[in-house]
Design a binder for this molecule. Structure first.
Ligand code: ADP
Length: 453
């Protein structure tokens, strides 16, 4: 059985059950018909014999044949006197008053009913009624013959129907199998099974696989894009280092020139190092090896420290950082201590602050506002810088996405990875990040961290 396909197995079982069902139905029908006819005939037999006895008692001459019943008379010595004897039945068969007897002779079945009668003038005698079972047994034989012809026809018919039904039912499975095979052979993840959107399990399985393929294709595309973007980002600083060092080796003479070249090389090497660190971060995050290490942190204090550190960087653009933090749970002694991964939390806030400085305007402002919501503690970082067009707001969270790389501060580390890092960190903290922005007016990033990590 295990060497057969599911389709063959289902067909076989189906045929087997249909044949068994037909056989049982016919068997029951045959038995029932036999019983029905014989009990009908037996009732006729008793009635005919009793009628004959009554006729006799009333002095009427009895019939020899009534309702398919042959009637015979025997004297008190059980010797045949007169009557109608059905062919194949011997009138000398011994009499018995034990009810209806079934006898066979000449390949026929007879029902025999004997009644002993005592009358005043004629003394003792017997009335025998015989009904030939020919009628019932011929019907019986007919039914058996029909069953024997019908049964194989039914078996063949049900196996053909079973085969056709399973063929139809298993067509989608075939389609799934063929698509999977083609994808394996060609590696084309863009292929889809394309089953109609129905409620049945196989169609749903096919559609789920299609969805999975969609996701796989997307993540493969992202992976390819990521590798290509990363190589692209690494190529520029590497090329600058090569050109600068080659130029110096060919033409550099003074210490002054050596210092200038080393500054360029150092800047570019920093950029490469920062990119490699960020790539490692994503590689670990994707592989699941970047484990969150939550610990109780006084987030108000930490954010204040980060804000103070950034005031120094922001001062280079004469940007003023204002901080309002309200992390105290009302009515409790709680001081806004929440479980976070200190390093990742710091990195998320720093990335947003760095952007607020990079894309903020000279003499501008940065407002940091911390407050509590029912489930989250929230950190809002608002700037009055260049802002982001509405159409780009969704994309800024993608890896390597930069609204306009030309407008970006191209200092070390600005490669479009910061916000996707923030997004990942927020998800790991059971929270989320929002952004609101108006071009030329400014941008607000809102970080929701779960209070119950
Ligand atoms: P980048 O390294 O380029 O800053 P990010 O992932 O941090 O990468 O940000 C993606 C893009 O979103 C940036 O290139 C920039 O165009 C835009 N962006 C991020 N923060 C701000 C902000 N505060 N104001 C204006 N634009 C921003």
């Amino acid at each position: 059985m295990k060497y057969l396909t599911i389709r063959a197995r289902v067909t076989l079982w189906y045929t087997f059950f249909m044949a068994a069902l037909a056989a049982v139905t016919m068997g029951v029908l045959i038995m029932f018909s036999e019983n029905y006819f014989s009990s009908d005939q037996k009732a006729d037999l008793i009635e005919a014999v009793q009628d004959a006895a009554e006729d006799l008692a009333e002095g009427e001459s009895p019939e020899y044949f009534e309702d398919n019943v042959y009637l015979m008379w025997y004297d008190e010595n059980q010797a045949f006197v007169e009557g109608a004897v059905p062919s194949g039945f011997s009138e000398s068969t011994a009499l018995s008053d034990t009810g209806i007897q079934t006898m066979t002779g000449n390949g026929q079945t007879f029902y025999v009913y004997d009644l002993q009668i005592t009358t005043y003038n004629s003394g003792n005698f017997w009335i025998r009624g015989v009904v030939s079972g020919v009628e019932s047994s011929s019907l019986h034989r007919f039914l058996i013959r029909t069953a024997l012809i019908l049964l194989p026809i039914l078996v063949i018919l049900s196996s053909v129907i079973g085969y056709l039904i399973t063929k139809r039912a298993f067509a989608p499975v075939r389609k799934i199998q063929e698509t999977a095979k083609q994808i394996t052979e060609s590696g084309a993840l863009s292929m889809r099974i394309g089953l109609p959107d129905q409620k049945d399990e196989i169609a749903q399985l096919g559609n789920t696989i299609d969805l999975m393929l969609e996701k796989l294709e997307q993540s493969f595309e992202k992976e390819k894009q990521f590798t290509s973007d990363a190589s692209h980002e690494l190529r520029t600083p590497a090329a600058v280092i090569l050109t600068e060092s080659e130029y110096f080796l060919a033409h550099g003479e003074t210490m002054e020139e050596a210092r200038e070249s080393m500054e360029v090389v150092n800047r570019q090497a920093n950029k490469i190092s920062s990119l490699i660190n960020q790539l490692l971060f994503f590689s670990r995050a994707d592989r699941g090896t970047l484990q969150l290490r939550p610990e109780p942190v006084d987030v108000g204090r930490l954010v204040k420290e980060l804000a103070d550190d950034f005031q120094i960087i922001a001062s280079e653009k004469s940007i003023e950082v204002e901080t309002v933090l309200q992390f105290d749970e009302p009515g409790t002694e709680e001081q806004g201590i929440y479980r976070v991964d200190r390093t990742l939390f710091t990195r998320a806030v720093q990335n947003i602050l760095q952007n607020a400085v990079s894309y903020g305007k000279e003499n501008g402002h940065i407002w940091i506002h911390g407050y509590l919501e029912t489930e989250y503690f929230v950190i809002e970082i608002k700037d009055d810088g260049i802002g982001i067009e509405e159409e780009y707001l969704d994309k800024i969270w993608d890896r390597f996405y930069q609204v306009d790389s030309a407008r970006n501060n191209t200092g070390s580390g600005s490669m479009g990875l910061g916000l996707s890092m923030v997004k990942w960190i927020m998800e790991q903290h059971d929270g989320y990040a929002d952004v609101k922005s108006k071009p030329e007016k400014g941008t607000t990033f809102i970080l929701h961290f779960s209070k119950n990590l």
